[in-house]
Design a protein around this ligand. Structure first.
Ligand SMILES: Cc1cc2nc3c(=O)[nH]c(=O)nc-3n(C[C@H](O)[C@H](O)[C@H](O)COP(=O)(O)OP(=O)(O)OC[C@H]3O[C@@H](n4cnc5c(N)ncnc54)[C@H](O)[C@@H]3O)c2cc1C
Length: 450
C-alpha cells in the first residue's frame, strides 16, 4: 500500500506564516512525503513597517506587498479566508464567496499565524468613525482622507470648521502611531505649498497615549528624544490620556490620574474629523471563536510553541501568547518576534516528524527602530542607542534589506529617491469605503475534503 503524504498546513500569509513556510520548504526540500500548504486571505505579504509611508504618499501601494507565489517554491497556496479550525477532525474550513467554493482542507500538522486586528476596547463609536492603519486599504484611505481635508479646508471660511478639518488625531504612541504621526506631518507640510490659504500654524497633528511615555519597549532616553523631536516638529503629544468617545466630529479624552491621591480626571474635547486609531491589537475572531485555549484572545502555547491539548498544532506571531520569562509578561507583538517564532515552529515540526527532540523557543530582540519624520529616527541595536539622521538611515537600510524581492527593493529605493527631489502627489483617489465590502458568505457545506 502506498503511504499517504503527510500534510502541513500553515494559516496566515503574514510575517509568521510566510517565514515558517520558507523554513519548512528548506527542511523538507528533498522529502516528497511531506506536502506544505499555505492559506491566506490575501495573496501577498504586507510589509507593515512601511505602511505609514504609503499613508503619507511617499511610497506607492504596490511597493510594499510581495506576492506570496513569488516567495514560495514547493508549497501549495490557497487564497481564501479561514472560517474555522476543527482540531479534533484536523480540518480547516474556508469561507466561500459568490465566485469561490467553500472548501475544507485536511491537515496532519498545523501552524496558526493569523495575526491580529485593531482593538477598540469595546468603544463602538470610535470603531465606527476612526480610521485604522493595519492594511493596505487603510493606508490608502488615510492618504486620501488627509488630502481631502486639505481640499475642504482651503476653501472653508468658517474658522471653527476649518480648524477641525486641519486637526488630525492619532491614538496610540507605539510604533504605528508615532511613525504615522511623523510621516503625516511631513505630508501635510509638503502638500501645503499647493494650498496657499492654509498656514502652517493651522495644521495640528496630535498623538494621545495612555502610558506615561511614547514608544513603550524602547530605551527611555530614546523615547524622550523622539518625544522632544516630534514636539519640535509641531506634533502635540498628550501622555497619560485615554480616549472616552469619538462621534466623527469631536474626540473626548480624560487624563489618567492616581485615584488613591484623590486626583480629579481632567476631561478635554478636541474638534476633529480625522482620528487614526493605533492603540492596540487583538487576535482575529477566527482565533477567539476557536477550540484552542486562549487568554486575552491569544492562543496559549507551551515552551515549544505547541498548542496545549493538540500535539502537532503550533501557534506563532500576534495570535500566540508566549510569556517573556524575564518580565513575566507577554512579548510585544512585532514582526521580529513572529519571524523568530516561525523559525522555531518549523524546526520543531521537522523534529516532530523525524521523531527527534524539539527545542524551546528562546528570544532575544535584536533591537528596535522607528522613524519619526523629517529624516529622523531612533534605534537601539546591539545594545547601542542611535538617534537622528543616522537612525533614520539605519532604519532605511535594515528594512530595505528585509524586503524579500529585488524588484520591490528597487521600487522602494526609487520612490525614496524621488521623494528627496520632488513634491508628493496630492491627487485624491476615490476610495470611499473605510473597509472593503465583505464578499464572504456562507455556502452549503461541501463534503469533499481537499
Ligand atoms: C503600521 C504598522 C507598523 C508596524 N511596524 C513594525 C515595525 O516597525 N517592526 C516590527 O517588528 N513590527 C511592526 N509592526 C507589527 C507587525 O506587523 C506584526 O507584529 C506582524 O505582522 C505579526 O506577524 P503575524 O504573522 O503574526 O501576523 P500578520 O503579519 O498580521 O499576518 C496575518 C496573516 O493572516 C491573514 N489572515 C487573518 N485572518 C485570516 C483568515 N480568517 N483567513 C485567512 N487569512 C487570514 C492576514 O491576511 C495576514 O496575511 C507594525 C504593524 C503595523 C500595523
Amino acid at each position: 500500500m502506498v503511504e499517504r503524504r503527510k500534510k502541513i498546513v500553515v494559516l496566515g500569509g503574514g510575517y509568521g506564516g510566510v517565514e515558517c513556510t520558507r523554513k519548512l520548504e528548506e527542511y523538507f526540500k528533498d522529502d516528497n512525503g511531506i506536502e506544505i500548504v499555505l492559506i491566506s486571505e490575501d495573496n501577498f505579504l504586507l510589509f507593515t513597517p512601511m505602511l505609514p509611508q504609503v499613508a503619507a504618499g511617499m511610497l506607492a501601494t504596490r511597493d510594499i506587498v510581495m506576492p506570496i507565489r513569488t516567495i514560495i517554491k514547493k508549497t501549495t497556496f490557497y487564497e481564501g479566508r479561514v472560517k474555522n479550525i476543527d482540531p479534533h477532525g484536523k480540518i480547516v474550513n474556508l469561507w466561500g464567496t459568490d465566485e469561490k467554493r467553500a472548501i475544507s482542507i485536511h491537515y496532519d500538522f498545523l501552524v496558526v499565524s493569523l495575526g491580529s486586528e485593531t482593538n477598540f476596547f469595546g468603544m463602538s463609536d470610535v470603531e465606527k468613525h476612526a480610521y485604522t492603519i493595519k492594511t493596505l486599504n487603510d493606508a490608502m484611505t488615510i492618504r486620501n482622507r488627509v488630502i481631502d481635508m486639505l481640499e475642504q479646508a482651503e476653501n472653508e471660511s468658517n474658522p471653527i470648521l476649518r480648524k477641525s478639518l486641519l486637526t488630525f488625531v492619532l491614538v496610540g504612541g507605539g510604533f504605528a502611531g508615532i511613525e504615522t504621526a511623523g510621516e503625516l506631518m511631513d505630508l501635510l507640510l509638503d502638500a501645503r505649498k499647493y494650498y496657499p490659504k492654509i498656514s502652517k500654524n493651522e495644521i495640528q497633528v496630535m498623538v494621545l497615549e495612555a502610558l506615561p511615555n511614547i514608544l513603550p519597549g524602547f530605551d527611555e532616553k530614546l523615547a524622550r528624544f523622539a518625544h522632544n523631536l516630534l514636539t519640535k516638529n509641531g506634533i502635540e503629544i498628550k501622555l497619560k490620556t485615554a480616549v472616552t468617545s469619538f462621534d466623527g466630529f469631536e474626540i473626548k479624552m480624560k487624563k489618567i490620574v492616581d485615584e488613591s491621591k484623590n486626583e480629579e480626571p481632567e476631561i478635554e474635547a478636541v474638534q476633529t474629523r480625522t482620528v487614526i486609531w493605533t492603540a492596540g491589537v487583538t487576535p482575529v475572531n477566527t482565533i477567539k471563536r476557536s477550540m484552542f485555549k486562549t487568554e486575552r484572545g491569544k492562543i496559549i502555547v507551551n515552551d515549544f510553541l505547541e498548542v496545549s491539548d493538540f500535539p502537532g498544532v503550533f501557534a506563532i506571531g500576534d495570535c500566540a501568547l508566549f510569556i517573556d520569562p524575564s518580565t513575566e509578561r507577554p512579548f510585544a507583538p512585532t514582526a521580529q518576534l513572529a519571524e523568530a517564532q516561525a523559525k522555531t515552529a518549523a524546526y520543531n515540526l521537522h523534529a516532530l516528524i523525524r521523531n527527534e527532540s524539539m527545542k524551546k523557543f528562546e528570544y532575544q530582540s535584536r533591537g528596535q527602530m522607528a522613524i519619526i519624520g523629517k529624516r529622523n529616527g531612533v534605534a537601539s541595536i546591539f545594545g547601542m542607542n542611535i538617534s537622528g539622521i543616522w537612525a533614520w538611515a539605519l532604519w532605511r537600510n535594515v528594512y530595505l534589506s528585509k524586503i524579500p524581492r529585488w524588484d520591490k527593493r528597487l521600487r522602494v529605493l526609487l520612490d525614496w529617491t524621488i521623494d528627496l527631489f520632488f513634491d508628493r502627489d496630492i491627487s485624491r483617489l476615490k476610495f470611499e469605503d473605510k473597509k472593503p465590502t465583505k464578499e464572504y458568505r456562507v455556502l452549503d457545506e461541501v463534503d469533499d475534503v481537499w
